[in-house]
Write a protein that binds this ligand. Sequence first.
Ligand SMILES: C[S@@+](CC[C@H](N)C(=O)[O-])C[C@H]1O[C@@H](n2cnc3c(N)ncnc32)[C@H](O)[C@@H]1O
Length: 208
Amino acid sequence: MPRGGENTHFGFRQVPLEDKQSLVDDVFHSVAGRYDLMNDLMSGGLHRAWKDVLVNTVNPPKSGRPFAMLDLAGGTGDVAFRMVQAGGAATQITVADINPEMLAVGRARAIENGLDDAVVFTEANAEALPFPDRAFDAVTIAFGIRNVPRIPAALTEAYRVLKLGGRFLCLEFSTADLPGFAALYELYSFNVIPALGRAVAGDPDSYR
Ligand SMILES: C[S@@+](CC[C@H](N)C(=O)[O-])C[C@H]1O[C@@H](n2cnc3c(N)ncnc32)[C@H](O)[C@@H]1O
């Protein structure tokens, strides 16, 4: 396929657009088994609170009303499990992720916790979803949008699969702009996180 010459970001590097997905896939292939533990260690457990904000904002119905949600780039199912626990008996979550290793960890977690009826794991690229139009009441993506090479394509797909009146919610990191805190955070992310990646996942590069 001819190269279009367009670049995009991969961490702090600029890479050809068509190379990004395989670089992202290598990262999550490498860290899948330790992904959940690393999230706890890197954020001091804070990712749980951030995900709870997302779940509370979606606010799945507690009644028996059917509620179908798609969690894009849902990885090991962390958001999906929280959503099912917050919702009623007819809450049904589809986790879509491009990485089979992350999905395999998620499926095992679902079986372990007896949630495999309520949470379905599907291998899919957020840029070209294998779901019909207007299938979901809500679409979420947590810490995933920055990994998708063609974000407008993923947003178009999210819109297509949402029912009329459905909601799209995106949870993502921002930049630290508080003076002092930004420098402290930079120190942490450039030194502590790769060191944790080396010690726990045996892979400092994926956490750089
Ligand atoms: C940082 S993880 C987030 C996982 C999960 N949402 C969470 O918050 O724990 C990013 C996920 O995005 C997935 N991903 C990357 N590119 C994707 C794409 N084009 N389509 C679907 N998933 C993708 C990766 O495989 C990985 O599981």
